[in-house]
Design a protein around this ligand. Structure first.
Ligand SMILES: [Zn+2]
Length: 140
């Protein structure tokens, strides 16, 4: 196969700004994706491959159950209920036994907020089921 460019043209390409810019773009892309990971500092320890997800789920379930059964979690839930007057903040349902304390930011993703009263809200079961975090919780 006959090269399209002469050696001189190739040389010009290699030393031209275009080549250098491409190199920079590639480097920049790598830095960009690293920054993307940085966003979830918590995920930092979970490796970089696609297997991350299966490891992640396996790791979070016991933690999730542990937190839900903990004394701190029960205190947090009671504090949220009390603040919201044992009333669903969405529809006003006050049926006791029908209320859940929901994490506005899912604690699987924001474990540091799991006991933040500000991150909790009182929802009745039907309202709670419509939240995306509820769906995630039941699937894990
Ligand atoms: Zn409701």
């Amino acid at each position: 196969m006959r090269p399209r460019f002469s050696l001189q043209a190739q040389h010009n390409y290699m030393t031209s700004g275009v080549y250098q810019r491409n190199k920079e773009m590639k480097t920049g892309k790598n830095i960009g994706s690293r920054n993307g990971f940085k966003k979830g500092n918590i995920l930092g320890n979970f490796g970089k491959t696609g297997e991350k997800n299966s490891h992640w789920k396996g790791g979070i379930t016991p933690l999730h159950l542990k937190i839900r059964g903990s004394k701190e979690y029960k205190l947090w839930r009671t504090a949220v209920f009390t603040r919201d007057n044992f009333t669903c903040v969405w529809c006003g349902d006050k049926t006791s036994g029908n209320l859940n304390a929901d994490h506005i930011k899912p604690f699987a993703q924001y474990p540091e907020l799991r006991l933040a009263i500000d991150n909790g809200r009182t929802l009745c079961v039907p309202c709670h089921r419509t939240t995306t975090s509820y769906m995630n919780k039941s699937s894990t």
